[in-house]
Write a protein of this length. Sequence first.
Length: 282
Amino acid sequence: MRVLITGAGGQLGADLAAAFSADDHHEVIGTDHATLDVADRDAVLGAITSTRPDAVVHPAAWTAVDACESDPDRAFQVNALGTRHVAEAARRVGAAVCYVSTDYVFDGTKDTPYVEWDEPAPRSVYGASKLAGERELDPGSTIVRTSWVCGFHGANMVKTILRLAAEHDTLSFVDDQRGHPSFTDDLAVAIKRLVVERRPGTFHVTNQGEVSWYEFAREVLAASDQDPDRVRPVATAELQPPRPAPRPANSVLDNAALRLSGLPLLDDFRVPLRRLVRDLLA
Ligand SMILES: NC(=O)c1ccc[n+]([C@@H]2O[C@H](COP(=O)([O-])OP(=O)(O)OC[C@H]3O[C@@H](n4cnc5c(N)ncnc54)[C@H](OP(=O)(O)O)[C@@H]3O)[C@@H](O)[C@H]2O)c1
């Protein structure tokens, strides 16, 4: 397969390029923000019609959740309109599209994990712009919703927690937002499988294991042989100053479509977490 990847400079994009490249059967065209701005329609049409990929994997996004609140035009230009351009270009060459979306399409008020068929109701500009991106796709496309993404490349909470632990004796993390941490190396392999098998529709793809950010920070310290009791729980309402974008209290994505299709679920998050911490501290 010839696969064009958008946002290949990002944490998931980099591991997607690696996952497809690991296999001789695939030719990878990796594009990053500098070489292909998805908000530029002419550039997207040019890049995709000139290379004629079999599939376009589209993780590129403006992911600065709080900044999106103060610049909704930019959020929709990149996340919604950019996805429209990708869909249009892919349609012209008959390429399949796999779009990466987010738990933030839900409002987080459900008492149980969200399945793919639950009604989205985003509370943030970022979540609304990513949902708008989902709605730009043709019906045969694949949508992978994931959550709490961490990887070797780029900024993420594992790196933040390790940095804070090196600078402070105690750390505070919220205990009233819950989710499934997801690691880009596992996620990339699962996305590759969906693309290669040309499976259309929406899939929730996360590592397994539900935690709050407080519990996750404890796991990160344990994985790096530090004392987890250095982490203290706080409530979101206690955060000063409050963050501009509201976060869903329940971000837990049930990987129901994978499970019901008989496809393998990703490992418990503690497995890739230990691998990532080992690599980051090496
Ligand atoms: N991070 C999470 O916790 C999380 C959770 C759920 C879903 N997701 C989704 O997963 C996907 C990958 O996220 P990630 O964590 O890998 O994010 P990331 O590290 O921020 O990667 C996104 C990449 O997109 C690029 N980009 C931004 N604007 C662009 C544009 N106009 N044209 C082309 N590229 C552009 C960024 O480049 P620059 O940095 O150079 O602008 C960045 O390299 C995203 O679609 C995101 O919405 C992420």
